[in-house]
Design a protein. Sequence first.
Length: 133
Amino acid sequence: MTGETSLSTLLATLSPHLNPGEFVFCSVAGPTVLHEDVAVGSFREAEGTTLILPRAEADRFNLAYDYVAAWITLQVHSSLAAVGLTAAFATALAREGISCNVIAGYHHDHLFVAQADAERAMATLQRLAAESR
């Protein structure tokens, strides 16, 4: 199924979902099999592999982190070629002083915001969707 590319449709149907739990970003020296079992996501960088893990798993493996996040999934199936979606929700969140780390999956965009800002972020995204209808 092809993802949606119309910005107006994407915004009107964001359908943000707050996933339960706390998530952290950790860096490990190189490729690891750890992420296959417990990581929500990973990305290889020159300095090491970034893992996005449930906080409890990072603690279990004694991995360092300094940012505890909530994970919000935009349930609209956005196309990887869609233009303006990230800018629209990032701008709305920035206006509220909410930082946002974005991971684009094949079907959905995933936002990681500071755990303390989770409810405000959800309200902001729901308001953005409502204003776009």
